[in-house]
Design a protein around this ligand. Structure first.
Ligand code: HEC
Ligand code: HEC
Length: 292
């Protein structure tokens, strides 16, 4: 510690007595504003200390005289939110699907709830917003429906699933494996695939082959897919005339489906999700744009 106070010749200020290579440090006082802000923060922290949770004890902590903290606030807000929704939840529970759709407030609530449940359960297969996915996961946001796009049909599809073996009432439809079972020759399959292409006016159809395939179509396929390929929802047979494909629309993809059909599987949601959630999902899917 320096014993004698030294003054800087140039400024007349005292120095701290520290010196580095001949440079001495001035002992300037702190700016007043800085000192006051410093005292204010100390005062603030003392008040905060007393009001809010602060000092840790061996078991727990000093809770503050307000007895409040962010965890309690969050709990309270969640409880309030839940109570605010209670009326709407009861209304959803008691209303029919048609009543929900007719009531703007219930509809908005159901669509919001359905969207959340859709993100949790359906997006991995059907994509965000029901945009669908290659490989047999249908778009839910258009108006092409395999099993039906009415509220009742969507609700039924969700409850029982599709080709879901654990559910005895599941929706079921199987297309014969025309190639695998030897029902049609590879030439006949190729021809009828050309004919299927013409149903939606797709490019790449060979006119002569399609003409040969037309007869096969009438015998083998029209019973399920409809005379003009319009599809039959009661049989779960998709339209072939709408240029919307589960498994691809080129000649090769169509011929492959005819030779050895793929059959999409969707879990039954009744039993996994409660009835109110299925109601909200039904209304949400119906509202995606393609509801009938
Ligand atoms: C494991 C994949 C998978 C999950 C998860 C899934 N789906 Fe599906 N879903 C499918 C498949 C595959 C089909 C088409 C079945 C077929 O070929 O007939 C389908 C068909 C549907 C259909 C019928 C469409 C029509 O055109 O008739 C609806 C409606 C539907 N899903 C809604 C949902 C909803 C809502 C959820 C979430 C609760 C969901 N799906 C979850 C795979 C899934
Ligand atoms: C017993 C009813 C049935 C018969 C008969 C049938 N189909 Fe199908 N077909 C289906 C079903 C059900 C599906 C949907 C499979 C799925 O959802 O996974 C399907 C799917 C298809 C697809 C795929 C559609 C797409 O969107 O990708 C094509 C193509 C097709 N059928 C063509 C034919 C042709 C051609 C014949 C006649 C040679 C035929 N089907 C006979 C029931 C039938």
């Amino acid at each position: 510690m320096p014993t004698k106070v030294e003054k800087d010749a140039l400024t007349g200020r005292e120095t701290t007595g520290h010196e580095w290579d001949g440079i001495k440090e001035l002992n300037n006082p702190l700016p007043k504003w800085w000192v006051y802000v410093f005292y204010a923060t100390i005062a603030f922290s003392l008040v905060y200390f007393v009001l809010y949770p602060s000092i840790p004890w061996i078991n727990g902590y000093f809770p503050g005289i307000l007895g409040d903290n962010q965890r309690l606030t969050l709990e309270r807000q969640m409880q309030e939110g839940f109570e605010a929704q209670a009326g709407l939840r009861t209304a959803i529970n008691q209303a029919t699907l048609e009543e929900i759709v007719a009531d703007p407030q219930l509809l908005a609530f159901a669509v919001a709830g359905g969207r959340a449940a859709f993100a949790d359960n359906c997006v991995p297969c059907h994509g965000l917003g029901g945009a669908g996915q290659a490989g047999g996961y249908p778009v839910l946001a258009d108006d092409a429906w395999i099993w039906g796009g009415t509220l009742a049909a969507i609700s039924e599809t969700l409850h029982v699933g599709i080709r879901w073996e654990e559910e005895p009432l599941t929706r079921w439809a199987e297309m014969p494996a025309y190639g695998e079972l030897g029902i049609l020759t590879p030439e006949q399959i190729s021809d009828v695939a050309h004919y299927v292409l013409t149903l939606s006016g797709a490019d790449g159809a060979d006119a002569q082959a399609a003409a040969r395939g037309a007869e096969t179509y009438e015998w083998e396929c029209a019973a399920c897919h409809g005379a003009a390929g319009e599809g039959i929802q009661d049989l779960g047979a998709p339209a072939l005339s709408d240029a919307i494909w589960l498994y691809g629309g080129g000649h090769a993809a169509i011929a492959a489906q005819i030779a050895n059909p793929q059959h999409g599987v969707m879990p039954a949601w009744g039993g996994r999700l409660d009835d109110d959630t299925i109601k909200m999902l039904t209304v949400y899917v119906h509202a995606l744009g393609g509801g009938q």
